[in-house]
Design a binder for this molecule. Structure first.
Ligand SMILES: NCc1[nH]cc(CCC(=O)O)c1CC(=O)O
Length: 314
């Protein structure tokens, strides 16, 4: 009987996500009469070692995945569970995303000291984020806010809200929900105010492209609507040659599923300028995810928005 070795980062969120995926894969094995066992192996990534530094200044795409991919290519591990938003647009030769399961809540959310929402924050309130995308959008919505960097895993960011003089912090709702901390969320930011990061809320299971046993198992785990939506968002990402540390966002959703025959999607893409408090946004509807993300990116490039990204590309 084969044991599938699952590589994971050591953060609380990574361990929780990995365990959740293993539980679901075990259930799928049961349903389909497959007899695989699972084992986890912890791996420290460069991103984990430098969590206290401003990542956009350190630069480099895939800070949280490189060491894990190396271990997969070496055969030390067989699969890895990633937050799709941490996965660079281009994967190394020989590796692939074998499954994208059903997406969690894609929205950003606020945890506030007062327990109130964004509109109730006092003038000049100090809001912590570690993302240029969130920074640009918050400032575009409310120029008076004092948006400042806050780094660390979600647990340490929540502690900083309590111990430092932040009035609020912005986080992905999905991470909090997966940790069972949904009750800490005081305000969900609508996607019109804070367009999420590419792939936010979705997980991706990476594997070797030549591992057919694992690929067959993972194919059972795909959620087809999430696969299409994430494909559209990632085509936007690759068209802009962006990573997780540039001020861009994209959100796609299936708006007409029609039993999987020519499903219709809506894709919205955004480029933000965190210094000038400006955002550019475009949306289109269609049914070819790879072309739609690219088309949205081209419209934004035509408006000159992509020159903003030059300063942030690693
Ligand atoms: N860049 C960090 C990161 N990568 C994935 C998540 C959790 C949410 C998700 O799965 O999108 C987070 C934390 C956050 O942005 O608040």
């Amino acid at each position: 009987m084969r044991t599938i070795i699952v590589g994971t980062r050591q953060s609380a969120l990574a361990l929780t996500q990995t365990q959740h995926v293993i539980d679901e894969l075990k259930e799928l094995c049961k349903q389909h009469g497959l007899s695989y066992q699972f084992e986890t192996k912890k791996i420290v990534t460069k991103g984990d070692q430098i969590l206290n530094v401003t990542l956009s200044k350190v630069g480099g795409k895939g800070l949280f995945v490189k060491e894990i991919e190396q271990a997969m290519m070496n055969g030390e591990i067989d699969i890895a569970v990633h937050s799709m938003k941490d996965v660079p647009a281009v994967l190394p030769e020989g590796l692939m995303i074998g499954a994208v399961p059903k997406r969690e809540d894609p929205r950003d959310c606020l945890i506030t000291k007062s327990g109130k929402g964004l509109d109730d924050l006092p003038e000049g309130a100090k809001v912590g984020t570690s993302s240029l995308r969130r920074m640009a959008q918050l400032k575009a919505y409310r120029a008076d806010l004092n948006v400042e960097w806050i780094r660390g895993n979600i647990d340490s960011r929540i502690k900083k809200l309590e111990n430092e003089d932040f009035d609020a912090i912005v986080l992905a709702a999905a991470g909090l929900k997966r940790m069972g901390w949904e009750d800490r969320i005081h305000h969900y930011l609508p996607v019109d105010i804070s367009l999420p990061a590419v792939g936010q809320g979705a997980l991706g299971i990476e594997c070797r492209a030549d591992d057919m046993q694992v690929r067959e198992l993972l194919a059972l785990y795909n959620d087809h609507q999430t696969v299409l939506a994430v494909a559209a968002e990632r085509s936007f990402l690759s068209a802009l040659n962006g990573g997780c540390q540039v001020p861009i966002g994209a959100y796609a959703e299936v708006i007409d599923w029609n039993e999987g025959l020519e499903p219709k999607l809506k894709v919205t893409g955004l480029i933000g300028d965190p210094e000038k408090h400006q955002v550019w946004k475009e949306a289109i509807e269609g049914n070819v995810p790879d072309e739609m993300g690219k088309a949205v990116a081209e419209r934004l490039i035509k408006q000159g928005a992509d020159r903003i990204l030059e300063q942030y590309r690693g």
